[in-house]
Write a protein that binds this ligand. Structure first.
Ligand code: NAD
Length: 488
């Protein structure tokens, strides 16, 4: 186990040296070693599940169901997937060669990068650290894991327990905040995998540039959700497909299916009370549907969480006072405060902010220009839902775009005319747990990707291997040159 404070340069140096020695020993190249480490992550999660639930509840207010759904269950699923695919991932892939080189063979051989640094954020203390770790181990690297200091109990639990389960000569947890990360970034890594904010990403990137270290940046941004109206006829259609029992509601005449409402709420308040990189940041809807949509959101929010800020159920808390104050300031902006149509109450002592909906806050307000990362949902009304494309394109490329629509042409238009890390139609968040879909940003929302095989690739170098025989030689490739060779 490795603990560091600001002046513990020596410990970091020794840790990095030990990891480099371990990597040089070729131990981590063994597939059996990799599988053993992956199985140990499963054991760590299973044997410590109750403690992990307690820690996530105490630091983030996550209900155990949420913790399992978004963290423990996600990581277990990723380990299972890696274990079932690793033999295939590590095997060389045949590469086709030009006939000109016959006889010859070509292949692409994945090799580990070396000693890698994984820096995590706080909102999913297990997922954003262990999920990349699975990729790094599967690919045969040695690793330093740096969890976020904003969830100190989770961080120290990982630092204390991972060495009990994992090979501590190959995988180390180094705890600390800005000072420790700054020290870590001085070293030469073979890869840095960073999850966090844009501002810190710039620091990471410039530190990596000094050593030409490749970097993956998993950042955030303002993820929009487009809410198109669904025609009445689709209600029955959807009903037969998803087996949902419709209840009579005023919304029914607009064709707004309740399942969409639940999924929007799930994408906004479900993951860590909106403190999620792929959570919905704002919602775009046609003016004529806004009031019905808001009514329906209100009802379901009350059912999911209650409406007494001092007694809200199933809602995570804001991670700390700084973030709480940041969110409160967004709400207290006088230009924004009178746009609140639901919620807005706070429980300062417990760092809880009620699910809050704002209708048409000014577009130049901070809430519409900074990543919200909290339980506030601005709804922006448009005359025509097609304007949502221009709206999204007026902002930096988001990590995710969500669109609730049955209109195939509109879907094509969204795909063709917007750019984002991912697009999910008619649901939210679920793209995160699909191992065969790459997860990552584009533009300001980051670069690089992971999950499933993409994680393995992120921590591997694909070495091109070509082998020729000594038979046959194409003489025109060698001097002396002459016009005949030029024409050949
Ligand atoms: P952050 O950038 O403040 O911190 C991330 C990590 O960087 C932490 O481990 C922290 O110790 C370290 N750090 C902080 N300041 C530093 C500095 N000056 N120098 C060096 N290291 C420093 O981000 P955060 O608050 O932990 O996370 C929130 C951000 O992360 C949001 O923007 C969110 O969208 C993003 N995020 C992205 C994903 C994703 O998968 N794309 C997942 C979760 C969070």
């Amino acid at each position: 186990m490795a603990m560091a404070d600001a002046d513990d340069h020596g410990m970091i140096k020794r840790s990095v040296e030990e990891l480099r020695q371990t990597f040089k020993s070729y131990k981590t190249r063994s597939i059996d070693w990799r599988k053993a480490q992956l199985r140990s992550i499963l054991r760590f999660l299973s044997e410590n599940e109750d403690t992990l639930f307690q820690l996530l509840e105490s630091e983030l207010g996550k209900h155990p169901v949420e913790s399992y759904r978004d963290e423990i269950g996600v990581v277990k699923k990723s380990v299972d997937h890696a274990l079932s695919c690793i033999d295939q991932w590590v095997s060389p892939k045949k590469g086709r060669l030009p006939l000109l080189f016959f006889p010859a063979s070509g292949k692409v051989l994945p090799e580990p990068l070396g000693v890698v640094l994984i820096i995590g954020s706080w909102n999913f203390p297990l997922t954003v650290t262990l999920d990349p770790l699975i990729g790094a181990i599967s690919a045969g690297n040695t690793v330093v894991l740096k969890p976020s200091e904003l969830v100190p109990k989770c961080s120290s639990f990982l630092a204390k327990m991972l060495p009990v389960y994992l090979d501590s000569k190959a995988i180390k947890v180094i705890e600390g905040g800005r000072e420790v990360t700054t020290q870590l970034l001085e070293y030469k890594w073979d890869k840095i995998f960073f999850t966090g904010s844009r501002n810190v990403a710039k620091i990471v990137l410039s530190a990596a540039a000094k050593h030409l270290t490749p970097v993956t940046l998993e950042l955030g941004g303002k993820c929009p959700a487009i809410f198109d109206s669904l025609p009445n006829s689709d209600m029955k259609h959807l009903e037969s497909h998803i087996g949902y029992n419709w209840t009579i509601s005023p919304l029914r005449i607009y064709g707004v299916p309740k399942v969409a409402i639940k999924r929007i709420i799930g994408g906004k308040w479900g993951p860590c009370s909106g403190q999620a990189c792929i959570g919905i940041d704002y919602l775009l809807v046609e003016q004529k549907f806004a009031s019905s949509l808001i009514e329906q959101l209100k009802k379901t929010i009350k059912r999911f969480y209650g409406d007494d800020v001092r007694n809200l159920k199933n809602l995570a808390k804001i991670v700390n006072r700084t973030h709480f104050d940041r969110l409160r300031n967004l709400l207290e902006d006088p230009a924004v405060a009178n746009c609140i149509v639901y919620g807005g109450s706070i429980d300062e002592a417990n760092l809880i902010i009620e699910p809050t909906i704002l209708l048409d806050p000014p577009l130049d307000a901070e809430i519409m220009n900074e990543e919200i990362f909290g339980p506030l949902l601005p709804i922006i009304t448009l005359d025509n839902i097609k304007e949502s494309i221009e709206f999204i394109n007026s902002k930096p490329k988001p990590l995710a775009v969500y669109a609730f629509t049955k209109n195939e042409n509109f879907k094509k238009q969204i795909l063709a005319e917007t750019s984002s890390g991912s697009v999910t139609f008619n649901d939210t968040m679920v793209q995160f747990v699909c191992d065969d879909l790459p997860f990552g940003g584009v533009g300001q929302s980051g670069f690089g990707r992971y999950h499933g095989k993409y994680s393995f690739d992120t921590f591997s170098h694909e070495k091109a291997v070509l082998e020729r025989s000594f038979y046959f030689e194409l003489e025109p490739r060698h001097p002396p040159w002459n016009n005949f060779k030029l024409e050949f």
